[in-house]
Write a protein that binds this ligand. Structure first.
Ligand code: SF4
Length: 324
């Protein structure tokens, strides 16, 4: 399988006066063409920071190191012009409240035309309308939505418009950053089903950033579990969610209700995220882990490959298979 994106040793550090917050630390993974990778973890785990860094939308002054190879180009070092060209045409993103970025005083049609012409200035109104109606249909919106103003639409309809806009230039990689989190559960469920359905006709690869394990379980084939800016576990959803290895993945799973099977008592993970401005010597999860040993507190575990498709950053998995 071809990798569409390969991230190697990504580090993202926010600088605020003398304070350095290491929001993403030494993260490496790859996505294959056609994959739907769920990036899951609690707030502050570095999921969105990572996506912002890959798209070069991070705040000014942020320090970034590592490599993110996409079509033979390192997204972290290409020129701003190349990045502007690639963003939306090859890699598109839908944010949590993307609907809020729509102008209240212009019809959807005008906004779609403006956005489309940024990358295709020669396109005619008729061509753009044809493409837009096709995409609105794909996200289950009627043709009339094209002529409406944002205030005439519900939150769910607007987020569907945002998804349709992200698809205007047929990007190869689509990033959903908590794109359905702000919606009610019914609308969220509908949009998630539509996303999975539309991927049957589009050849996109998806990165789904979420704090919700059930979103990963229902819409992704691979999962990357992040905690405090680091990757804890990576693998196929069917493997990781049925047999999680990392204590943090197990804790996350125990804190969400099961969609199927017996009812269970939900348990939360005790403690809080560490202060990311402080250097962490050993395993970043050690202060909250009931299995932590002296070694865990002193030595950071590497990603240990435990099958052809999965890897875990935990000393408990040492010996299960060779290090990655
Ligand atoms: Fe827990 Fe140690 Fe594994 Fe970290 S390395 S998750 S502290 S057992």
């Amino acid at each position: 399988m071809d990798h569409i994106l390969t991230v190697n040793n990504l580090n993202v550090t926010y600088i605020n006066n003398d304070r350095r917050v290491m929001a993403v630390r030494d993260v490496s993974f790859s996505i294959d063409k056609g994959d739907s990778l769920g990036i899951v973890g609690e707030s502050g785990s570095g999921k969105s920071t990572m996506a912002m860094a890959l798209l070069r939308l991070h705040p000014k002054g942020t320090e970034i190191s590592g490599e993110a190879m996409f079509e033979g180009k390192n997204l972290l070092t290409i020129s701003n012009e190349e990045m502007n060209e690639l963003r939306w045409t090859k890699i598109a993103v839908v944010f949590q409240k993307a609907m809020n970025s729509l102008s209240a005083v212009h019809r959807i049609s005008e906004q779609i035309e403006d956005i489309y012409r940024v990358h295709c200035p020669q396109a005619t109104s008729a061509e753009i309308k044809e493409k837009a109606l096709e995409l609105l249909k794909l996200v289950n919106l009627p043709d009339r939505a094209y002529h409406l103003y944002p205030h005439e639409m519900s939150g769910g309809m607007l987020q569907r418009v945002a998804i349709a806009i992200s698809l205007l230039h047929s990007p190869q990689l689509l990033i959903f950053d908590e794109a359905t989190t702000a919606l009610d559960v019914v609308t969220q469920g509908q949009i998630l089903s539509e996303i999975v359905e539309m991927e049957k006709t589009l050849s996109t690869t998806r990165m789904m950033i979420t704090h919700d394990m059930s979103v990963v379980a229902t819409t992704c084939n691979k999962v990357a579990v992040m905690y405090a800016g680091e990757l804890m576990e990576f693998g196929l959803v069917k493997e990781v969610l049925t047999h999680p290895h990392h204590p943090y993945t197990k804790g996350l799973q125990a804190s969400f209700p099961s969609l199927k099977g017996e009812k269970k008592t939900l348990t939360s993970i005790p403690g809080f995220l560490p202060d990311l401005s402080k250097e962490c010597k050993g395993c970043v999860f050690a202060p909250r882990c009931s299995y932590a040993t002296e070694r865990c507190r002193k030595q950071r575990p590497p990603m240990i490959k435990i099958s052809d498709t999965s890897a875990v950053a935990c000393w408990l998995c040492e010996g299960e298979k060779n290090e990655k």
